[in-house]
Ligand binder design. Sequence first.
Ligand code: GDP
Length: 521
Amino acid sequence: MTNDTLRIVIVGHVDHGKSTLIGRLFYDTGSLPVERYREIERTCREQGREFEFAYLMDALQEEREQNITIDTAQSFFRTAKRPYIIIDAPGHKEFLKNMITGAAAADAAILLVDGTEGVREQTRRHAYILSLLGLRQVAVAINKLDLAGYRRDRFHAVEEDIRRFLHSVGIVPSYVIPISAREGDNIASPSPRMPWNQGPTLLSALDSFSPAREASRLPLRFPVQDVYVWDRKRIYAGRVESGAVRPGDRVTFSPSGKSSRIRSVEKWSLPSLSLASAGECVGVTLVDELFVERGEVMGTADDDPPRGGTELSASLFWLGNEPLRLNGRYILKLATAEAEVTLSAIPERLNSSTLEVIERHAERVENLEVANVTFTLSRPLAADTFEENPRLGRFVVAVEGFVAGGGIVREVRTDGIGSRARVIRLHSRTMTEPDGNFVDLSQEAGPVEFDLSPGFIDRLGKGERLAIRLRTADQLEKVSRLAFGHDLAFEFRRDGEGAKVVLYRVGPPRVPVIEDAGPVI
Ligand code: GDP
């Protein structure tokens, strides 16, 4: 028995038996509260209906939604080897969205195909999404073979079909298993009704999969979720998405390129850890207290640190009701970063269930279509290709605050915008003007970046103010980001010489709450 939970997703065309299979998995592994089972049996009998495992699923789902008795532990099922979590409910309206956004990062998948109906539209669409998400551990279950007389030739015909399609999307299934979810054939024990089958049962197939732990072997990716000042320390909080971080490591932030050394790795209750690896939410402190904002990604300086890009090529699945339009402006969210982007090219638009190219050099992508696209970013963002590092190679696109699509990064390009910015250093020695602290940006027409020292923040904390003379609205945006990231307030003023802002500090520092932000949104 291991405690390494395996997260599985069960996909397939509507009515091919997903809910029934889930009920069966709970039942056959003894993971279902017996009263629940009895209750549903009784209701079915009273209503003169046949017992349906799918009702179990509905009942579990209802309870979960109402939050009554089912806690997360109970939504697991267990084999002798390990606990499992079934991610999301099939048929749920958010299902595709959750899969795409990574809110539901699965280790393995069961693709269910009705043995009497064969491969259908959603079978193909879901298979494509599995491939888009890079899921490599896939078991295909050919279901309802009881309705096909448990015939070997029927199984093989459907097996051949699904293998051919999966091959076209780059998936080699680990197993193709003949089952009947309703009758319980080949789920927990080999079925005597299909003696011709020599392969494993569905549960032993699942037990052979491993939790996706490769993330710890990839280079460090630590997207900064928040920066706190606490107990005179500047704490950079976030989740280690891949790799590991240790005190003493030399680190670099992308896209700013700032670097330092790790002083400590901390958790709220454990102030000095020797290591934090993929999946852990921690705070780190640095030897130099850098001004780094939410959205930057920390990597190890000498182990392939993340790069900033200003143009991304991507494969995208569109869920928006309104089409995705060429030259449209969207918000792209990648790890903890957000950037305004322009959809600058749609080289290919595809049908997501047949994968046929519908159009080249398209002007729009419709609901439930797939496309290869290029985004031009308003500012550099740290990204990896999905192939290099899935944790930083996946994004969602938001429209009016809602996720309307998502995809994976195929290529990251940069035009060097980041390096052109003029760095304005705000150190304690900046603050020597006789009539207060003053920075003049009125001669700076190009992009600027602020570099802030902790000493400077301390002085503002003691009630000092900083006036900044502005030339452009972009500079104002930079100041507002500075204020946002460091709990500062500012006032915008105009006088005879133009625009200026006054930056100051109010109130005590925030108490840090290190939360799990999830992989993408
Ligand atoms: P879902 O839409 O994929 O969740 O499919 P359901 O689990 O709701 O199943 C759809 C219908 O197929 C239900 O009436 C089930 O009883 C039936 N069904 C599911 N699995 C089997 C099976 O192995 N054999 C038979 N005969 N019917 C099944």
